[in-house]
Design a protein around this ligand. Structure first.
Ligand code: ZN
Length: 236
């Protein structure tokens, strides 16, 4: 039947439109939800706070070190100048001196560690900043491509709508009720209102069709429906 063939052709155009609308939705979703830049930015911020922490440790150690040096210098001066009253005072000063030297060597270790931590934090920050630049460049490129793709899809959809209108105009005698039914079926049958008969089966639900239905369908005398509700189309 001619009207079924018309509807099948119309459906072909409609499915092409559907595919492009879905592609645009995927593009918009991607444009809306990309989180590569915020993630890279968060890493930069966390590296910055690591650098601040590492840098604040050094002045503290340096202050402790100069205090220690002052105390050591004072003992050294005492030992050098003399005036030590007895052996006990002398050994007390020497003990204090070796305790301070031990403390100083521990402090120097801490200072070295802090310097290394500072350096590592600086390297980490530089890497995170470079990664942010890379992410920004990659996203600029990708989003430009996606926007370009979107423009092409929009143009194709506009062209398909023109084809659809021309197709409907060429089928001026098409039963408006059948067309309305087609539109309803498209909504409820995931876009597939017209199912092609393939190897005696409905391409919509994959059920085998009764012989009588097949014959009726091929005769093209009237519109035949599958038990799944779809309009059956048997191309010759
Ligand atoms: Zn079916």
């Amino acid at each position: 039947m001619n009207s079924v063939r018309y509807l099948h052709e119309l459906q072909h155009i409609d499915l092409e439109i559907d595919a492009r609308v879905a592609a645009i939705e995927r593009i918009d979703e991607r444009l809306r939800t990309d989180d590569s830049i915020p993630l890279a930015r968060a890493v930069v911020e966390s590296r910055e706070s690591e650098v601040r922490a590492a840098q604040s440790a050094l002045p503290e150690i340096e202050a402790e070190e100069s205090d220690l040096n002052r105390r050591l210098a004072s003992i050294d001066k005492g030992l050098r100048v003399g005036g030590i009253k007895n052996q006990s005072q002398l050994s007390h000063m020497e003990e204090e001196r070796s305790r301070l030297l031990e403390e100083k060597s521990l402090l120097e270790e801490r200072e070295l560690e802090a310097m290394l931590a500072d350096e590592a934090a600086g390297t980490g920050l530089a890497e995170a900043r470079a990664e942010l630049v890379r992410a920004e460049q990659a996203w600029a490129e990708e989003s430009a491509n996606l926007s370009q793709e979107r423009i092409v899809l929009e143009a194709e959809i506009a062209e398909l709508h023109r084809q659809r209108t021309a197709h409907l105009e060429s089928a001026a005698g098409l039963d408006t009720e059948l067309l309305a039914k087609y539109e309803r079926l498209r909504k409820t049958r995931r876009g597939l209102a017209v199912a092609v008969v393939e190897n005696g089966m409905c391409s919509g639900c994959r059920e085998s069709l009764p012989k009588a239905t097949l014959q009726e369908c091929r005769s093209g005398q009237r519109v035949v429906y599958c038990s799944c509700g779809r309009i059956l189309y048997a191309p010759h």
